[in-house]
Design a protein. Structure first.
Length: 277
């Protein structure tokens, strides 16, 4: 398992690889546009070449893009659903230009509508995003959520429906550890990690897990709030992360830490120390 974190693209996307290197990253994650909205920065040939050259110089061969926060594939507003589909597709296209391995996205909320209808809208939206995508090399990952505010994708059965109803090799899952705990899946001990992954594997092919977001949680098991904490300082704890990092189903994946940059170097070093040689 390789470890990294989310880094800023302030001043240009080609500045991100060096920032990741300075923080001790072995892989990294970025936004390719503002997560709050607005027109994305143009990916000029010279900028892309500089970005790729910097990645190669620092040995950072695996990097990922997170979609903006305002995505809602289940929205009651057709315009928001359509813009969410368009933006995720654009991110896959931008990822392909940059050479990113994955784009991961949140799915949206079922607020005000039937939950099953909302999940169906997500399935339709993802299918539309991936239509005619043979020329795209960047894969799409659906991220599990903490369940706060009726967000979708907080349970394995919901993720299973989304994954299993869309037959494509270009779709996978990004598992966020803090979201897992907050949504009710225990990962605090080796036995708990085994049980949770057995539950996952009973309805979804574990090979669909392509990436991990490694975040400790300020929130106890099952309280459905999304509050990240430094590794080992939250409710998951060091024992849980050691089990996750070395689990046979997960140990060959990459893990991205998503906390403010203060002390993130320590988080990355701690995770590296938990990795069995």
């Amino acid at each position: 398992m390789k470890f990294g974190c989310h880094v800023s693209i302030a001043g240009g996307i080609d500045k991100a690889p060096e920032r990741a290197h300075v923080l001790g990253c072995e892989c990294f994650q970025i936004f390719s546009r503002s997560p709050r909205g607005g027109k994305p920065p143009a990916l000029l040939d010279s900028l892309v070449a500089s970005f790729k050259s910097s990645c190669e110089s620092f040995g950072l061969l695996d990097y990922f893009i997170h979609t903006p926060y305002y995505i809602n594939l289940a929205s009651e507003t057709p315009a928001l659903r359509e813009s969410s589909i368009r933006i995720i597709r654009e991110e896959l296209e931008r990822g392909t230009v940059l050479g990113a391995k994955y784009v991961m996205t949140h799915l949206g909320s079922s607020k005000g509508i039937d939950r099953s209808v909302a999940v169906g809208r997500v399935v339709e939206g993802v299918a539309a995003i991936l239509e005619n995508s043979d020329d795209l090399t960047t894969e799409l990952l659906l991220e599990n959520t903490a369940g706060q505010g009726e967000t979708l994708g907080d349970s394995f059965p919901e993720l299973a429906r989304m994954i299993n109803e869309i037959e494509t090799p270009r779709l996978g899952i990004c598992l966020d550890t803090a979201h897992l705990l907050a949504s009710g899946y225990d990962i605090r001990t080796p036995a708990a990690v085994n049980k949770t992954l057995d539950e996952f594997s009973s309805i979804i092919d574990p090979a669909q897990i392509k990436l991990l977001h490694g975040n400790d949680s300020k929130i106890p098991l099952g309280e459905k709030k999304d509050r990240h904490e430094h590794i080992g300082e939250g409710k998951i704890g060091t024992e849980g992360f050691k089990a996750i990092v070395n689990h046979p189903l997960l140990k060959n994946l990459d893990m991205i830490v998503e906390i403010p940059p203060e002390e993130v170097e320590r988080d990355i070093e701690l995770l590296k120390s938990l990795r069995k040689k």
